[in-house]
Design a protein around this ligand. Structure first.
Ligand SMILES: Nc1nc2c(c(=O)[nH]1)N[C@H]1C(S)=C(S)[C@@H](COP(=O)(O)O)O[C@H]1N2
Ligand SMILES: [Mo]
Length: 195
């Protein structure tokens, strides 16, 4: 039967297995909140050969895109239809001219790390987010700027992002080394190592 194509995904299909919906926005940080002003923040992207550093103005020079997306935390809460503004990671990679190395290690101010496959940063909606629901991103949620990788569990979305190193070898980040799944796809329920 024709007519179903393009139909928005039903609300129930948008909730990954084992998740519940929340209207709150819980804060989850494995240490102190980093409090950085926009002037203090910068992001370095490197593949070991080509390197680019973006400060607040340099990031905004690309113009902000709006993304409305669902987010999922491994602690079982999900939020549907959250709206963010930021700059696509793929835009920054193109500007720096990085090689397509297969993995990324992302580092935050304060030392948090998380690892990703290149494709998860460039083939979906990953962005450096600076606004949430029309407001500057609060410090506790990673402001002034965080990584947002909405199709993976939220521990991949490094708050106060400071570096993205593209690398040949995959290295587990903070939670991945502590037993979380290396990839973290919520629809495959990849919560812990071995899932
Ligand atoms: N720098 C940094 N980023 C981080 C974390 C952290 O502890 N430090 N926690 C991660 C985890 S486990 C989750 S669930 C989300 C939570 O984001 P929120 O506090 O904005 O809800 O941030 C992720 N990014
Ligand atoms: Mo988390």
């Amino acid at each position: 039967m024709a007519g179903f194509q393009g139909r928005p995904r039903a609300r129930d299909d948008r909730l990954p297995p084992g998740q519940y919906l929340t209207r709150d926005f819980p804060v989850l940080t494995a240490g102190p909140t980093e409090v950085l002003s926009p002037d203090e923040w910068q992001l370095t992207i490197t593949d070991g050969t080509s390197t680019g550093t973006f400060d607040w103005d340099g990031l905004h020079a690309f113009g902000l895109e709006t993304l409305t997306t669902d987010i999922h935390c491994v602690t079982h809460w999900s939020k549907l239809g959250t709206t963010w503004r930021g700059v696509r990671v793929s835009t920054l990679f193109d500007v720096v001219g990085v090689d397509d190395l297969p993995y990324a290690l992302v580092t935050s101010y304060g030392g948090y790390t998380t690892n990703l496959q290149l494709e998860d940063l460039v083939e979906r909606d990953a962005m450096i987010a600076v606004e949430f629901e029309g407001e500057p991103l609060e410090s506790e949620h990673g402001g002034p700027a965080r990584l947002l990788v909405p199709h993976l569990y939220l521990w991949k979305s490094a708050k106060w992002v400071s570096r993205i190193d593209l690398v040949e070898e995959d290295t587990p980040g903070f939670w991945e080394a502590a037993g979380y799944h290396n990839h973290g796809d919520p629809f495959l329920e990849q919560r812990y190592h071995g899932d």
